[in-house]
Design a protein around this ligand. Structure first.
Ligand code: GUN
Length: 294
């Protein structure tokens, strides 16, 4: 009988990773190299996107990266945006860049993502980087699942041969995560949708349960096996009048009850969120080193 789960501190681990990156940047500068340089494209005035981008810029500053923020109005055309992306692909001073999502409805995410050179795709969103998950030597790993894997590694959570159940099959989280658990983690993987019939019959079998749907309280304590590791990747803004901002960020798991059943559990916020940003920094450092060092 588990008394209470160990709370996985993603904020602390992300801080450790940032410290390691900052030291590497200092070392590079000491050897006469310029620091890594990331560009961030931000379109329109979606509040959540602005908040995420602010967090990314703060993290870049903390590790000594250079950054360029490129802001465009909601009405920018797809062809203009592609043109800016092509300029970044060709700019030798830029090591990596991201296009913050969501995009306006008139712009195709797929078209824009595929315009990004895979070597500079530090979100790991392109089809080439998605596919490289199953290669011996991945180029750049998708940032959110990379953060999940790194967090579990640093907590010494054994994945090999374990039954992992992923809930949510999105292009940015669930789908690449299931491949990474299978390939890098050597786990047995069940991939569920939020629409999977009798979802609980699958989640109850999970030794490691990973949820990335974006629906608060989708996973309740009765859906969790006693002693399971629970990783919550959901981030949904929910109205909360007790907060100055008027909202709070909620995960997909009923944390308060789930923590009485799990062996390890990630909180929201402070779990996977900070790790996604840490992965973005790791990917940018890797893109830089691939281009400049050795
Ligand atoms: N929108 C929500 N999460 C992300 C992310 O990780 N990267 C980008 N580019 N956009 C996002």
């Amino acid at each position: 009988m588990i008394d209470m789960a160990e709370i996985i501190d993603g904020k602390k681990v992300a801080g450790d990773i940032k410290e390691e990156i900052a030291q590497r940047v200092e070392q590079l500068k000491g050897e006469g190299h310029r620091p890594p340089h990331i560009a961030i494209i931000l379109i329109g005035d979606d509040g959540a996107s602005h908040t995420y981008v602010r967090g990314k810029i703060t993290a870049c500053k903390a590790v000594g990266f250079e950054y360029s923020l490129m802001q465009f109005s909601q009405s920018i055309s797809e062809s203009k945006l592609k043109h800016h992306i092509q300029s970044l692909n060709e700019d030798d001073d830029i090591d990596g860049f991201i296009v913050q999502l969501p995009l306006p409805d008139h712009i195709s995410v797929e078209h824009i993502t595929e315009q990004i050179s895979p070597e500079k795709d530090v979100d790991g969103f392109t089809n080439q980087n998605f596919g490289s998950i199953v290669s011996q030597n991945p180029l750049i790993l998708p940032a959110t699942p990379y953060g999940v894997m790194e967090l579990m590694h640093r907590y010494r959570i054994e994945m090999k041969g374990k039954h992992c159940v992923v809930v949510g099959a999105s292009r940015l989280a669930g789908a690449p995560l299931s491949l990474m658990l299978m390939k890098q983690g050597m786990a047995t993987v069940t991939l569920c949708h939020e629409f999977t019939q009798d979802l609980a019959s699958h989640t109850k079998n999970a030794e490691i349960l990973l949820v990335a749907v974006g629906r608060p309280n989708l996973v309740t304590a009765d859906m969790i096996k006693e002693g399971a590791v629970v990783i919550d990747i959901g981030t949904t803004r929910v109205k909360d009048d007790t907060k100055r901002s008027g909202f709070r960020i909620a995960g997909d798991v009923d944390f308060e009850n789930a923590k009485k059943k799990a062996s390890y559990i990630t909180p929201v916020p402070g779990g996977i969120g900070p790790m996604t940003i840490a992965s973005l920094l790791l990917n940018t450092l890797k893109a830089y080193e691939n281009r400049h060092i050795q």
